[in-house]
Design a protein around this ligand. Structure first.
Ligand code: PRP
Ligand code: ZN
Ligand code: MG
Length: 210
């Protein structure tokens, strides 16, 4: 039977918990920090360590059969993938945040203002739904410093502990979406017996945690 590939985050918020989950499923593999692919010795599976932002597309395109990634990344990439299982970790929220000294108190006040984000698609939809016209500044990272640099009036970014906002003099202002890690697969692959077996192992690990 064809060896499966599962893509997980190489480094960042979801990496450690993703590795832990797979190990708890009884999968035996080396968690190399330098390698991008790690074979599992006791299951026909290879683990791909990738940037989280690339995972939904890799699954959609068949480079990986499965992926563990935040819902926020899936929504932003706007790909067609199957949600196989919510994983209960990596909980966070995508929020609009403003500076502590900002006089913005109502969503409508964002009209005509600029918002820096790495989530232009999700933010664009949210603003449209709320009939707000802001300028979206699409940047590739470190959005939390944008207001301080005068690059934007607000930001839209993921908030987990809130530590990043706090240490940059920002405060959460509006909730855009909530997110957690999910297991995704390709549409039409649901009947693959190896995928079924992995889902069952993951579900029993999750049940044991309840
Ligand atoms: C998010 C976000 C902040 C941090 C917030 O990054 O961009 O940097 O987490 O977490 P906190 O509220 O606990 O301080 P993420 O881990 O998604 O990494 P990435 O944007 O580099 O993929
Ligand atoms: Zn990322
Ligand atoms: Mg970040």
């Amino acid at each position: 039977m064809k060896t499966l590939k599962i893509a997980i985050q190489k480094s960042g918020r979801l990496n450690e918990k993703s590795v832990e989950l797979l190990k708890n499923c009884g999968l035996n593999f080396e968690n190399y920090k330098s390698s991008l692919i790690s074979p599992v010795s006791n299951f026909p599976l290879e683990i791909l360590f990738l940037r989280d932002d690339d995972i939904p597309e890799y699954v959609q395109d068949g480079i990986a059969d499965l992926g563990i990634v935040g819902e926020n990344v899936i929504q932003e990439t706007e790909v067609e993938v199957n949600y196989l299982q919510r994983l209960g970790f990596g909980k966070c929220a995508l929020k609009i945040a403003i500076t502590n000294s900002s006089d913005i108190t109502d969503l409508q006040h964002l009209n005509g203002k600029s918002i820096a984000t790495t989530y232009p698609a999700i933010l664009g939809k949210f603003l449209k739904e709320n009939k707000i016209q802001s300028e979206i500044r699409n940047i590739s990272g470190s959005v939390e410093i944008a207001p301080g640099l005068g690059l934007a009036d607000a930001i839209c970014d993921l908030v987990s502990t809130g530590g990043t906002l706090k240490s940059n003099g920002l405060k959460p202002f509006a909730d855009v979406m909530s997110s957690e890690a999910v297991l995704i697969g390709r549409n039409g692959d649901e009947d693959n017996v190896l995928i079924q077996e992995l889902i069952q192992r993951i579900q029993s690990v999750l049940r044991a945690k309840e």
